[in-house]
Design a binder for this molecule. Structure first.
Ligand code: BDR
Ligand code: CA
Length: 311
């Protein structure tokens, strides 16, 4: 039986590739997409999410709009990384599929209550505002979550939006704290691992060589994304952060990490949004997350390219 997932997302080129990977994978049943403000404002992220469903030929997947601002802070966006639309690169048509009726947070709560306990996994690809709001409003859903697999945080790589914070956690640190304290099983994909999943020229050309609309769009998305990271880090290519979350569900053997305590800095102006990960287990704080540290990048790109070829 396919594993049921909800993808909470702020597309974003790398979110888009993650959504495509999920929709291409028969092992996963995508119950819905919940859009959140992050890389760009909510008014764009829910449109982008629907563009990607249509690109995948799956306009029946419901896309809900969620929170338009972090719990307690002003929204910080990342147009400098993702472009003005959040999906700069390919020229994707405006979506025809409508936005699903209702709020994303209600969809999360209702789905977790209706589906059998521990049968729904949340894949979090953006700031954790929607998920934290659901947990605050309906604490009864926390023990019903099978797993939360999230892209966020960093330990050895420290930060990307500030010297000490990764973007998704930094945008809504209070939400991240609620999620990490929820008691739900959590797997974190920090920058430590996503910075190993780089798009090289050969990997991008392998997407283009699929010769399909999806292959070309993914090559254009990753081409755009790459520009920023090559300028910033001088690395081989761009890190495909969010697809690591979906790949973990499909082939967990590509990843390794440690089950440790992770706390979120929510007050220091200097280190706001830092994920204080007890990687070396030097405290007696209880473990609350599996913090991934390594990925088989070749295996990851093989999986991604093979699955995209099916769309
Ligand atoms: C995360 O921030 C966003 O810019 C990406 O989509 C990813 O989810 C990386 O820090
Ligand atoms: Ca994202």
């Amino acid at each position: 039986m396919a594993r049921k997932i909800i993808i909470d997302t702020d597309p974003g080129q790398d979110d888009a590739v993650a959504i495509l990977l999920a929709l291409a994978s028969p092992e996963l049943e995508v119950l819905g997409l919940t859009a959140v403000a992050g890389n760009v404002p909510l008014a764009l992220t829910h449109v982008n999410a629907r563009k990607i469903c249509e690109l995948a030929g799956r306009p029946q997947v419901p896309v809900f709009a969620g929170c338009d601002a972090p719990l307690k802070r002003t929204l910080v966006t990342a147009e400098h990384v993702h472009g003005r639309t959040g999906l700069d690169g390919p020229d994707l048509p405006a979506p025809k599929m409508p936005l699903a009726e209702g709020h994303a947070v209600d969809f999360l709560i209702e789905t977790l209550r209706q589906e059998p306990a521990n049968s729904v996994t949340l894949c979090a690809l953006g700031p954790l505002t929607n998920i934290a709001t659901a947990l605050q409003r309906a604490p009864d859903v926390a023990p019903r979550i099978q797993e939360i697999v999230l892209m966020g945080g960093a330990y050895f790589e420290v930060g990307n939006i500030t010297p000490t914070a990764e973007f998704n956690i930094y945008v809504d640190p209070e939400a991240a704290e609620i999620v990490l304290k929820s008691g739900a099983p959590i797997v974190m994909m920090p920058l430590d691992v996503t910075h190993q999943a780089l798009t090289t020229r050969a990997r991008i050309e392998a997407f283009r060589a699929l010769g399909t609309p999806v292959g070309r769009a993914v090559a254009d998305l990753t081409d755009f994304f790459e520009r920023f990271d090559m300028e910033k880090y001088g690395s081989d290519g761009a890190p495909l952060h969010d697809p690591c979350v979906i790949a973990y569900l499909l082939q967990p053997q590509l990843f390794s990490g440690r089950t440790i305590n992770v706390e979120i800095e929510t007050s220091s102006p200097l280190t706001l949004g830092m994920t204080v990960a007890d990687w070396w287990r030097v405290t007696d704080r209880a473990a609350n997350a599996t913090f991934i540290g390594k990925i088989d990048a070749d295996g990851f790109y093989r999986l991604l390219t093979a699955r995209l070829a099916t769309l």
